[in-house]
Write a protein that binds this ligand. Structure first.
Ligand code: NAD
Length: 452
């Protein structure tokens, strides 16, 4: 590990990552890899997660390509020194904020979007002029092996290094000093990463998860809301950090909404989703068993779904009604295709429930009521907030993506990525001419103080 990280450090210390031409070349290489290896990528995603070709293309490949294009287009503007005003008391001076690369950064990614979540931060790290060590997830082994093979062919191999492995390898990697660690995953591992980073005083970005709620009220178009929720919840079999974890709605609306969601599930995946080419699989049998256990406990009435085939890593799209307050599905992040609909008196009660829990990564509200929207904006906190849609907040390149509190720290995407992977350095230049600061320096300072 030392040898690997030292290699990336040496590449950085030559200074060749500084010119924008080098950064652009790396971004072009990444874009070429995504276009030329598209078939292999889709195949690996199908092996690891049973993702359909269309889903892989949309959520894993096109999203990164669009980030590359957006970044390449704006790179000059984002890296230009930003002049700031200087106070008159400094006399003639010029000051600027200059973004400089941090050095060698570590990116650790999870298995659920193993291409997107590895390469999205890489775009920002390279655009900022860093060298990078990438640690893909061992739980998506086909993608991990593919990235380890292809990345050195398309990017400068000394500057971008892939280290494969699980907890042991990552632990050893974390013993090395880095200039930044960008981690996406669960909160348990995040605290291990943060403790390891603390030993070297390395700053961290933590992109975590949690239970992201979706509020639906009577003013919303139920069919539209159901379509949107089904897409957000059952894409990648619910293994999406910004998927709506559960729905909050009123007692009158729960059943009609549940039925509307059930109809939308059938429209999307047919009456037997196990046979649908568009419906993915759970990452491994352990997680399939975890989800089966959630359904076996007293978690409410299944309006649709509830079928599990552990060996086939399949859990059907499931909607639960009459969910008890202390149900296991309402304790931890579900991270699977189970959607509880929990009832509350009104949107204020929903906000109370939301505020009584850890701050979520995403919060959704389906409503046409401006007062409800204002209440959600003013009285809740979450990584992101979206009205009448789910997950599409990620498709706006100018919006930051990240959590708050237990759902994460730091943010990325577009210019926010560049900020994350840069140091914003204060550069001040004193110009020839009168220098008012002399008045406050000793011994003149003593004279001025005496006068005051
Ligand atoms: P995880 O935390 O188990 O693993 C993430 C990474 O950490 C992997 O690369 C893994 O090899 C490594 N790792 C595992 N154990 C380790 C240890 N003991 N020491 C050091 N490294 C270790 O996460 P996961 O199961 O892959 O992903 C699921 C979680 O990630 C969910 O909570 C989900 O919400 C969250 N997530 C967040 C986002 C986001 O963008 N905010 C995106 C996807 C997933």
């Amino acid at each position: 590990m030392k040898h690997t990280v030292d290699g990336a450090r040496e590449a950085f210390s030559t200074g060749r990552t500084l010119p924008l031409t080098w950064r652009r070349q790396q971004l072009e290489g990444l874009e070429r890899m995504l276009s030329e290896c598209g078939e292999e990528i889709r195949e690996a995603l199908s092996q690891d997660l049973g993702k359909s070709s269309a889903e892989s293309q949309l959520t894993e490949v096109l999203s990164v390509r669009s980030e590359i294009r957006h970044t390449a287009r704006s790179l000059r503007k984002w890296t230009r020194p930003r002049r700031v005003r200087t106070p008159l008391t400094l006399g003639m001076a010029s000051a600027a904020v200059q973004r400089e690369p941090l050095g060698t950064v570590l990116i650790i990614s999870p298995w659920n979007y193993p291409v997107h979540l590895l390469l999205m931060p890489l775009v920002g790290a390279l655009a900022a002029g860093n060298t990078v060590v990438l640690k893909p997830s061992e739980m998506a082994p086909a993608v991990s092996a593919l990235m380890a093979r292809r990345i050195p062919e398309y990017l400068e191999p000394e500057a971008v290094v892939v280290v494969e492995g699980g907890a042991d390898e990552t632990t050893r990697l974390l013993e090395q000093p880095f200039d930044h660690i960008f981690f996406t995953g669960g909160s348990g591992v995040a605290s291990i990463v943060m403790s390891a980073a603390a030993k070297h005083l390395t700053p961290v970005t933590l992109e975590l998860g949690g239970k992201s709620p979706a509020w639906v009220d009577g003013s919303a178009d139920l069919k539209e809301a159901a379509e949107s929720i089904v897409w957000g919840k059952f894409t990648n079999s619910g293994q999406t950090c910004v998927a709506p974890d559960h729905v909050l709605s009123t007692p009158e609306l729960a059943e009609p909404l549940g039925k509307e969601i059930s109809r939308a599930i059938i429209r999307a995946y047919g009456t037997d989703p196990q046979q649908s080419g568009d419906y993915g699989r759970i990452v491994n049998e352990r997680h399939a068993r975890r989800l089966a256990a959630l359904l076996e406990q007293d978690s409410g009435r299944a309006l649709i779904g509830g079928d599990v085939d552990v060996a086939g890593r399949y859990v059907s799209p499931t909607v639960l009604l009459d969910v008890p307050e202390d149900a296991a599905v309402m304790e931890e992040e579900i991270f699977g295709p189970i959607l509880p609909i929990v009832t509350v008196a009104d949107h204020r009660a929903a906000i109370e429930v939301i505020n009584s829990r850890p701050k979520p990564l995403a919060l959704y509200a389906f409503t046409r009521d401006a007062q409800v929207r204002a209440d959600f904006v003013e009285r809740t906190s979450s990584g992101g907030l979206a009205f009448n849609t789910v997950m599409t907040q990620l498709a706006v390149p100018a919006l930051p993506f990240g959590g708050v509190g237990p759902s994460g720290m730091g943010r990325y995407h577009g210019e926010y990525s560049l900020q994350t992977f840069s140091h914003e350095r204060a550069v001040l230049r004193k110009l020839p001419g009168p220098d008012p600061t002399r008045l406050v320096r000793a011994p003149v300072g003593r004279r001025v103080r005496r006068l005051l």
